[in-house]
Design a protein around this ligand. Structure first.
Ligand code: TXA
Ligand code: MG
Length: 321
């Protein structure tokens, strides 16, 4: 057990990481639970602290494209184009791994996931380290990702020594994950960079293959980003009618539902999908902690970052759909 503390001391974070300890780090997407990505003992601590199955691989975080090149065997042209435009930023690249990357990071896969996060404190930290940081989202496996230091503390108190506090995450959704197959860019997870943006910059064919769409990928099928309270996605008035005998918390996009419910959170009165993404996880956590029985949400328009938001809502509702 640790006495988990929160602070802004980058040197302290560096010293802990160099000693093989874990530190939660801020990024523009969500907070990460970081450890030395070249140390098997540090990586084992990450899986243990999150209670994460070891078959689910971790993203390696680096400070620059030059650092990224050290951990991959090759980089296709379309990847370089995307990196030049979007990194540092909310996108992760699946690339053939260098033999220097421990198999525990990639869960035995020949591809490693690499990301350059766009947060000044974490970029500063990464520049000071001579190893990459393996970092999944800093939440207990399966729960909603943390977008503030307080969220990290809620889930990981006592399990890690330090949380580097970089304020609230500005994007609010995990990075987009892309792989490269022949001349096709394959999106494996929707996130902060949209398919439209990827198509524009790469000029390549873009295909979206989400893991949870495939029944042949066990483990990925389980619900994810899920609240503890039952979460339902669909037509809000119809769901409120179905649960009229329960205390309902509603998560709506830009307009009040008009339903008489115990709680309601609007993601963006201005109808901005970026603002909705930024506030989504804090809203899901707030509803989960409030005095209600069920959470009811509606889909956003299925375009741009709205598709990534809908993906997270669907995964949160997976058990109940
Ligand atoms: O925005 C983000 O990506 C955040 C911040 C902290 O960087 N990280 C994050 O990590 O969301 P995590 O572990 O919660 O999600 C990473 C996803 C997992 O679904 C994992 O299966 C996939 O990336 N992944 C990682 N390495 C992979 C690999 N070598 N091959 C296939 N999938 C991989
Ligand atoms: Mg995660």
């Amino acid at each position: 057990m640790y006495n988990t503390s929160i602070g802004k001391d980058i040197e302290k974070a560096k010293a802990l990481l160099e000693a093989g300890e874990l530190v939660a780090i801020p990024t523009e997407t969500v907070y990460g639970l970081a450890g030395n990505g070249l140390s098997e003992t540090a990586i084992e601590k990450i899986y243990a602290a999150k209670n994460r199955p070891q078959f689910n691989p971790l993203i390696l975080h680096v400070a620059s494209i030059e650092q990224a090149e050290r951990w991959v065997a090759e980089m296709p042209l379309s990847c370089k184009l995307l990196m030049n435009s979007f990194s540092p930023g909310p996108i992760t690249y699946l690339l053939p791994k260098s033999s220097l990357v421990p198999d525990l990071v990639t869960a035995g896969s020949s591809r490693v996931a690499i990301r350059i996060p766009n947060h000044p404190m974490t970029l500063d930290l990464l520049h000071r380290l001579d190893f990459p940081l393996a970092a999944p989202s800093a939440n207990p496996s399966g729960y909603v990702s943390p977008v503030s230091a307080a969220h990290v503390l809620q889930g990981l108190t006592g399990k890690i020594p330090y949380i580097l506090d970089g304020g609230n995450c500005s994007v609010g959704l995990e990075s987009t994950i892309v792989g490269f197959e022949n001349n096709i860019v394959v999106i494996h997870r929707l996130g902060g960079i949209t398919a439209e943006q990827i198509f524009q910059v790469s000029g390549a064919e873009v295909k979206t293959v989400l893991s949870h769409a495939s029944p042949t990928a066990p483990g990925q099928l389980k619900s994810h980003y899920a609240t503890s309270k039952p979460f339902y996605l669909g037509d809000i008035p119809a769901l409120c009618q179905a649960f009229h005998d329960k205390k309902i918390g509603v998560l709506s996009f830009d307009k009040r539902s008009g339903q008489a419910v115990a709680e309601e959170i609007l993601l963006s009165t201005a109808g901005s999908m970026e603002e909705a993404a930024e506030g989504l996880y804090a809203a899901m956590r707030a509803l989960d902690c409030s005095d209600i029985d069920v959470i009811v949400a509606g889909r956003l328009p299925d375009a741009g970052i709205g598709r990534a938001i809908n993906d997270r809502l669907e995964r949160a509702a997976y058990k109940n759909n």
